[in-house]
Design a protein around this ligand. Structure first.
Ligand code: 3HC
Length: 297
């Protein structure tokens, strides 16, 4: 497709840059929806892990969809996994209708990637970032195709969480915005729209909530277990705030809070000594075997 516009029907090939937890989840949901996917990461070992976790998560989805049919389960997993091609070379992913970036949360590294993609991708390609809290406009400051750029913010675990935040950049065209909304729907998500504001909708609201939970625990107002049980049974959340922080990763939590504090100056986002200490000790949550809770490896 070498036309100047990208409509939903034109999004057939998606490239995901970044093979971590979010990137592999995004690749999975796109492949499940019947799209061809390139998953790019500089580190081959990350791509190997991504392929393994995609296989596992596809099995979980397939078992849910085709409970009684082992043959259909196998076919679903095979079909979706065959649609995902992995590569360590960015150039293998540039022939795409949509590129979603899910790399490290560092502004300069993201800017460099988008500048490269802007040069290498065909004119019609939409570029999007999955950043959780960095400004979309700052990420795209150096690109020329500003009307074909925005944010697509997914939630962990991507195959399960039904929301997609579609972030409007300053110069996004109505056409690009509509294509992003429709694409989100086509991969099974409910889309909401937010301006390019710190933390968008979900992290802006989860931030003060998880921060105050951490401070309650730090002050000894209640045990960690009781804080979590409180919000599960008293407010209907699937996980308590401290469990969720361990699940998301305390390093990610700290990063999001720091950005929100820097951008808004709101004291609810102020650094939390307990969180800083755990992160400094490498206790990042489930992924390292210990965070606020301890986990069996
Ligand atoms: N892939 C596919 N399926 C998965 C999965 C995955 N990675 N993880 C869980 N599932 C499926 C399971 O197979 C199971 O399916 P079933 O109901 O048919 O058996 C279902 O999801 C529920 O899983 P479990 O039984 O293992 O566990 P739970 O019932 O405790 O659910 C959870 C797990 C879905 C993670 C749930 O606890 C939850 O929704 N937690 C809150 C998660 C959340 O708030 N995420 C947002 C974090 S913020 C964020 O991501 C923003 C970023 O910018 C930081």
């Amino acid at each position: 497709n070498f036309s100047n516009t990208t409509s939903l029907n034109a999004i057939k090939t998606v490239t995901v840059v970044g093979g971590g937890l979010m990137g592999s989840g995004i690749a999975q949901v796109a492949a499940q929806a019947g799209l061809n996917v390139n998953l790019i990461d500089l580190k081959p070992e990350l791509l190997e892990n991504a392929q393994k976790s995609i296989q596992n998560n596809l099995q979980r989805v397939a078992r849910k969809l085709h409970k009684d049919s082992p043959a259909q389960i196998e076919a679903f997993v095979k079909d979706a996994s065959q649609r995902i091609k992995v590569s360590t070379n960015l150039e293998d992913g540039v022939q795409a209708d949509l590129v979603v970036e899910a790399i490290v949360e560092k502004l300069d590294v993201k800017q460099e990637l988008f500048n490269k993609l802007d040069q290498l991708c065909p004119e019609h390609t939409i570029l999007a970032s999955n950043t959780s809290s960095i400004s979309i406009n700052e990420i795209g400051a150096g690109i020329k195709r500003k009307s074909k750029f925005g944010g697509l913010h997914f939630f962990n675990p991507v195959p399960v969480m039904r929301l997609l935040e579609v972030i409007k950049s300053e110069q996004i065209s109505e056409e690009t915005y509509q294509a992003m909304m429709e694409w989100g729907k086509s991969v099974g998500k409910t889309c909401i729209t937010c301006k390019d504001t710190p933390g968008f909708v979900v992290n802006r609201l989860l931030g003060p909530y998880s921060a105050e939970a951490m401070r309650m625990y730090e002050r000894g107002d209640a045990t960690k277990e009781d804080i979590d049980i409180g919000m599960k049974l008293g407010a209907g959340y699937p996980m308590g705030p401290l469990e969720l922080s361990d699940y998301t990763g305390l390093d990610t939590n700290k990063f999001v809070l720091n950005v929100l504090y820097e951008k808004t100056g709101n004291p609810v986002f102020k650094p939390i000594p307990l969180l800083d200490k755990l992160v400094a000790e490498g206790k990042l949550g489930i992924k390292t075997g210990e965070g606020i809770y301890k986990y069996k490896k």
